[in-house]
Design a binder for this molecule. Structure first.
Ligand code: SF4
Ligand code: SF4
Ligand code: SF4
Length: 410
């Protein structure tokens, strides 16, 4: 079976993950890093990775017309993924299915390779379970009166939502990356139900009981802002859009926003997000540089605010950086075996390829059984207004920890 994988815009992590298709001897896979250079030919299966824009339509129509099967692999081509948050600032990331017909969608950030293999081979997919059904945390059903922004690591038994940390597990499907296993609430990259952001918003409002969510209404429509500035939920959860519509803005039914763009889609995606979300976002979208990018963001903040990190933390971080170099090598050579081996090693430290275990001050969960976790456990940090710079990354946050400006040299 011949398969062509096309990388469009943004993060290349799903494109790289598709290297694992080469481990199936019945698949003949070719990787096209720049779709503009593709010489048109008949294709059995075309796999599209990265986010797409209306300006990609001509190329996408060509691919659609030549391919028997077109698969949108990963949240980026399915919904614009996390990049679609830039639509708040007038950008136009769009689901692939809005540009061409007959698209099979495999959602997930990272997209799941086993699902991709099954769809290529026309195998039946197993019925997905709700993520909560696989979670070891348990609901207490206590009323909440605050939402907590930073992750408190001491309770590993109670449902994140009952602790006041927004977790989208209620509306998510089971997944391979399992952020929830690394003290990170689910951010809903694999929807179990349609319009999951709206449902989650409703559910969370109910859970909070005495906290009112007000939705701004305008005849023209806008998703610039979803709540009044003075209500409790806005004070405790300043980025409603980024928290509830992280992967689903384009499919939520909400209109585009009217906040002026900085001119850069990447910067617009980050602006308005929260400091504690920064490493989580770079872990998702950093592609083959996600480790170095995430550590640059974290370390610039730690250094400027004199946050001490342990020798063990430094050792694990150095190990991750060395693994990233080896990963580049495997990707360059299109060596699927080496890619598999290296990504497994990254997962052992970082939890998953979203780097859920990597955080300010250390790591969120124990890496090896024999370790003394106290030696590298991450901790709650103070939000300090300022500008933070480290090599190719510079960002500014306000006193609430909201990102006001960011520059990332690609
Ligand atoms: S941002 Fe997520 S869905 Fe998009 S390419 Fe990267 S890993 Fe895949
Ligand atoms: S909402 Fe999150 S923390 Fe709570 S049970 Fe579901 S997956 Fe676990
Ligand atoms: S736990 Fe993580 S990988 Fe799994 S659905 Fe939630 S956000 Fe996605």
């Amino acid at each position: 079976m011949d398969v062509k994988v096309f990388q469009f815009n943004g993060c290349n992590k799903c494109f790289n993950e598709s290297l694992l298709l080469k481990l199936s001897s019945d698949l003949d896979v070719e990787y096209i890093k720049d779709p503009k250079t593709w010489k048109e030919e008949e294709i059995e299966t075309a796999v599209i990775t990265g986010y797409v824009l209306p300006s990609d339509i001509d190329l996408l129509i060509k691919i659609r017309s030549k391919a028997k099967k077109v698969i949108a692999y990963g949240s980026c081509p399915v919904s614009g993924g996390i990049y679609a948050l830039a639509n708040q600032n007038g950008h136009e990331t769009t689901p692939l299915k809005n540009l061409v017909d007959n698209v099979i969608e495999i959602e997930g950030c990272l997209g799941e390779i086993d699902e991709l293999k099954s769809v290529i081979k026309d195998l039946e997919l197993t019925k997905p379970r709700k993520l909560c059904d696989l979670c070891t945390r348990r609901a207490t059903c206590e009323y909440l009166d605050t939402v907590n922004r930073q992750i408190e690591l001491d309770d590993e038994e109670t449902c994140f939502n009952d602790l006041g940390f927004l977790c989208s597990g209620f509306v998510a499907r089971e997944c391979k990356e399992r952020c929830i296993d690394y003290n990170t609430p689910c951010r809903g990259c694999k929807q179990l139900v349609g319009r999951s952001g709206i449902r989650m918003l409703g559910m969370f409002g109910t859970l909070m009981g005495n906290i009112e969510v007000a939705t701004e209404h305008s005849v023209k429509g806008a998703t610039d802002k979803l709540a009044d500035e003075e209500d409790d939920v806005t004070r405790s959860l300043p980025d409603i859009l980024g928290n509830f519509f992280r992967f689903t803005l384009t499919t939520s039914g909400l209109p585009k926003g009217r906040i002026p763009s900085s001119g850069s889609l990447l910067e617009d995606l980050f602006t308005g997000r929260l400091i504690e979300e920064l490493p989580l976002i770079t872990g998702l979208i950093g592609g083959d540089k996600s480790i170095s990018l995430t550590l640059k963001i974290i370390e610039s903040y730690e250094k400027a605010n004199q946050m001490e990190v342990s020798e063990q933390t430094k050792k694990y971080r150095e190990k991750l950086l060395r693994l990233e170099e080896k990963l580049h090598d495997a990707i360059e050579k299109e060596d699927a075996e080496q890619y598999k081996e290296i990504t497994e090693k990254i997962r052992q430290i970082a939890g998953n390829m979203n780097l859920s275990n990597v955080f300010f001050g250390g790591f969120k969960s124990k890496i090896k059984d024999e370790d003394d976790f106290e030696d590298y456990k991450s901790h709650i940090f103070e939000v300090v207004e300022g500008t933070y710079k480290n090599g190719s990354v510079e960002y500014s946050i306000d006193s609430e920890g909201i990102i006001k400006e960011i520059k990332i040299k690609e």
